[in-house]
Design a protein around this ligand. Structure first.
Ligand code: FES
Ligand code: FE
Length: 338
């Protein structure tokens, strides 16, 4: 599936950047599903997004300036509000009306979990609801914001793949002596799927401190949720009551590149485990995944007849089935390289 060639994928919310990247006067560019967009803060301090192309002579608005919540084109100074309407043409004489056609396309934009989210078309589903984010005594740690050369579906299937730990994660938590994947239960939902599994893992020294568990092995009780098309949460509960919930989105930049957005939620305190140590361990795990994922084909087939699979691939197969059904429902045919 080539993500830029499937218009229905424009009908989902994607986190595009940390809210902290938007400052008062500086617009920020982003590319979502091949669409160049520009983001800035309006007069109320709310994030807004439009196409990154002036309707006059096509200059990039992201190279302009934000003035009083509107964006001013760097070329001739035409200025647009958050709805994409041109509100000022400096060359016009006083009283001259700005034609209605002087406007750029605006996109739905919202702030959630400390990130700016954008939907290019009318969303089919809301921004994923993560109840743990609103619970008292739960802290949020921002972990990664970086570009990977892999497709979102490859990252999603990896996140629900219990068979790779003993190989990819052998330097972190994978148990080489126990390559058989844990039993899993998969429940398809309207918005994706939920998977549950109990996974025995190695508990290396840094994790012993991070988790407050002194043993060299432990058990992860995993509840994982896939939010179509490229967002997931992995809620890990440990025997001592600690929750470590990882949110990961693979926001599609283009057919072969994803913007990785990851944060975690934990029901402990900085004094129990410093955020820097938690990031350090999750960084190691994430880099292990990155190394193998960037070696995979980005043109991910939804039809699995060409790929071998195992029982533990079930969630990845359901993902493909649901995405294929989504395309069909919207009258689209899967687009491939060949
Ligand atoms: Fe933007 Fe002329 S190109 S104002
Ligand atoms: Fe992994």
């Amino acid at each position: 599936m080539l993500v830029t060639q499937q218009p229905v994928l424009r009908r989902f919310w994607y986190p595009v950047m940390p809210s902290s990247h938007l400052r008062e006067t500086q617009p920020q560019p982003f590319q979502l599903l091949g669409q160049k967009i520009v983001l800035w803060l309006d007069a109320e301090g709310q994030p807004v997004a439009t196409i990154d192309r002036c309707c006059h002579r096509t200059a990039q608005l992201s190279k302009g300036t934000v003035i009083d919540g509107c964006i001013r084109c760097p070329y001739h100074g035409w200025t647009y509000d958050g709805d994409g309407i041109c509100v000022e043409v400096p060359q016009f004489t006083e009283g001259q009306t700005i034609p209605a056609g002087y406007r750029v396309q605006a996109f739905r934009c919202a702030e959630r979990y400390g990130y700016v989210w954008v939907a290019l078309e009318e969303p089919l589903l809301p921004i994923p609801e993560i109840p743990e984010a609103d619970q008292p005594n739960v802290r949020q740690i921002h972990q990664f914001y970086e570009r990977w050369h892999c497709s979102g579906l490859r990252l999603m299937e990896n996140s629900f793949d219990n068979a790779h730990f003993s190989f990819v994660h052998v330097q972190s938590f994978g148990n080489q002596a126990q390559p058989k994947p844990a039993d899993l239960a998969v429940i398809p939902t309207d918005y994706g799927l939920v998977m549950k599994a109990e996974v025995p893992v190695i508990n290396p020294p840094l994790q012993q401190k991070n988790l407050g568990i002194a043993e060299k092995t432990t058990v992860r009780i995993n509840e994982q949720t896939w939010y179509m098309p490229f967002t997931r949460t992995l809620k890990i509960s440990y025997p001592n009551g600690l929750m470590h919930l990882i949110f990961t989105a693979a926001t599609p930049i283009d057919d072969r590149t994803s913007q990785i957005v990851q944060f975690c939620l934990r029901n402990d305190q900085e004094a129990d485990a410093p955020a820097a140590d938690i990031i350090a361990f999750d960084r190691q795990v994430t880099m292990e995944d990155k190394a193998v994922l960037e070696s995979t084909d980005y043109d991910t087939p939804l039809d699995l007849t060409a790929e071998q699979h195992m029982p533990s691939d079930k969630p990845g197969i359901i993902m493909r089935q649901k995405l294929a059904a989504l395309l069909k429902q919207h009258g689209e045919v899967e687009q491939r390289l060949v």
